[in-house]
Ligand binder design. Structure first.
Ligand SMILES: [Zn+2]
Length: 57
């Protein structure tokens, strides 16, 4: 009952969006990169709008 819950909290790294540097998860001093929802959506749209490679066939 007296055990602090800090261990689990600190074991998780801080996650920052690799695109807009937005902090997704606040954790330890260790930083991990991810992609936030708006950026993931924008990326998906960008890919969808990209011209498809013409098949050589
Ligand atoms: Zn982002």
């Amino acid at each position: 009952m007296d055990k602090p819950m800090r261990r689990g909290y600190l074991s998780r790294p801080t996650v920052i969006c690799a695109w807009c540097d937005r902090v997704l998860v606040t954790g330890s001093s260790q930083v991990s990169h991810g992609v936030c929802e708006p950026c993931a959506d924008a990326f998906a749209r960008t890919v969808d709008e990209l011209p498809r490679h013409p098949s050589a066939a």
